[in-house]
Design a protein around this ligand. Structure first.
Ligand SMILES: [Zn+2]
Length: 167
């Protein structure tokens, strides 16, 4: 069966961001393949496009340009905040404001964001709210483990019902 819209795809992959032979960034565990319903827009469009028509047992290797992956970073998403923003009960947790530390934050409307500490000044902290994978080209290598029809229930829910699925 070939990968196409409304098929459940199960695959293993390795992700690198600096060439096919660069350092490993992410990898599926043997007992936890990536599973998704093809064609519902759950994955990066270019990722799905590169898998179309493949079958169980096929291997793949492709590159996705940053602009077609998680996008390019936007300078407007790099924001300088007063240090007091990070205080809890009048003090700042030790180890919180360290370069590259990722902090879960919330705006006035209750929207949640992850920000990465970019610079720590005397009075302010510069936070980068761009996607951690912004500006990165993605190099995928992997193997198709299974392709099957999605069940009507899976299509209705918009997700895969496999082992370990919880609602
Ligand atoms: Zn469900």
């Amino acid at each position: 069966m070939k990968i196409d819209t409304n098929k459940v795809v199960s695959l293993s992959y390795e992700l690198r961001t600096d060439g096919f032979d660069s350092a490993l960034v992410e990898k599926t565990q043997d007992d936890h393949p990536l599973e998704f319903i093809y064609g519902l827009g759950m994955m990066i469009p270019k990722f799905e496009e590169n898998l179309k028509g493949k079958e169980k047992g096929d291997e793949f290797q492709f590159k996705i340009e940053a602009s077609e992956a998680y996008g390019l970073s936007n300078p407007e998403n790099i924001i300088e905040l007063p240090k007091a923003t990070f205080e809890r009960d009048g003090s700042i947790e030790e180890g919180l404001l360290v370069k590259d530390n990722v902090i879960a934050m919330q705006d006035n409307q209750g929207n949640k964001f992850n920000g990465r500490v970019d610079k720590v000044g005397d009075e302010t902290v510069t936070m980068d709210f761009n996607h951690p994978m912004a500006d990165k080209d993605l190099y995928f290598k992997g193997k198709i483990l299974d392709v099957r029809e999605a069940t009507p229930e899976e299509l209705e829910h918009g997700h895969v019902h496999g082992t370990g699925h919880h609602h």
